[in-house]
Design a protein around this ligand. Structure first.
Ligand code: SF4
Length: 251
């Protein structure tokens, strides 16, 4: 990438591979727990640039029959670069016949205008909302540039037919978003059909699992929610010295 160093992240699981790509250099959402939130947005990536990152990942580890998912979950807000992301999805079948799904992460910025723009082309398309907290004041401190929670919820309900699944991502942080009030709000937010993914904070190359993550998982399940606590994927990533939200660096 001219002037910058960035790349795709190849998350290799037993039954499938996830090729996670950035959509922007820098990010203007400004999440307080993300290194990309510290700097300004440099620019959107073009679809040829994103496809080049996908091709590089597949050159390093050629397809081996496992299904591939293209995941817009690295640096940037894909909804702010939705045309280029859609063009990437259109071109995917020409890169490998093993791609079988697309995933978008979404911060909630401009939810009423932008959520309906996310387009996975011919692929089943998964939506991962970066929820992080279901109480507005707590979320405002974590995700600094986003629509209010009721607007996000209304937009998801309006557009949920576009998505094959909807997941709620929560990076659980000690003393930040892990109170009993946060737990109760999380249990109530959205639909029980939307799984809640509890992820560790990634800081300085290491996972920082929330001390209450196991408790959150069990209480959310008791409340009728599907909750999944992730440690292994994060561990595999950090062992490779790569953070999923690592900012592109100027050379
Ligand atoms: S977590 Fe995602 S949306 Fe938030 S600042 Fe980082 S790259 Fe941007």
């Amino acid at each position: 990438m001219t002037g910058y160093r960035t790349g795709a992240l190849d998350i290799s699981l037993a039954a499938r591979r996830i090729i996670s790509v950035p959509t922007q250099l820098g990010c203007r959402i400004g999440c307080t727990f993300c290194v990309s939130g510290e700097g300004p947005l440099a620019r959107n990536l073009t679809s040829p640039e994103i496809l080049h990152l996908v091709e590089e990942a597949l050159r390093a580890a050629p397809p081996d029959g496992r299904p591939l998912e293209l995941s817009f979950t690295r640096e940037g807000e894909p909804a702010l670069n939705w045309r280029q992301a859609a063009a990437v999805c259109e071109a995917l079948p020409g890169i490998s016949a093993d791609f079988d799904s697309v995933r978008y992460c979404f911060s909630g910025l401009g939810a009423d205008r932008l959520l309906g723009k996310l387009d996975g082309g011919s692929f089943p398309t998964r939506l991962q909302l970066s929820l992080h907290a279901a109480r507005q004041p707590v979320r405002d401190r974590l995700v600094r540039n986003s629509a209010p929670l009721p607007t996000i919820l209304a937009a998801i309900q309006l557009h949920q037919g576009r998505f094959s699944s909807i997941e709620l991502n929560v990076v659980l942080q000690d003393g930040v978003n892990d109170s009993d009030e946060d737990l109760a709000a999380l249990a109530r937010w959205g639909s029980p059909a939307w799984p809640i993914l509890l992820n560790p904070l990634l800081r300085d190359g290491a996972e920082v699992p929330g001390r209450r993550a196991e408790y959150f998982e069990s209480r959310l399940r008791l409340a009728g929610r599907t909750a999944r606590r992730y440690r292994e994927i994060g561990a595999r990533i950090s062992r490779g010295g790569i953070y999923p939200l690592m900012a592109a660096r100027r050379r």
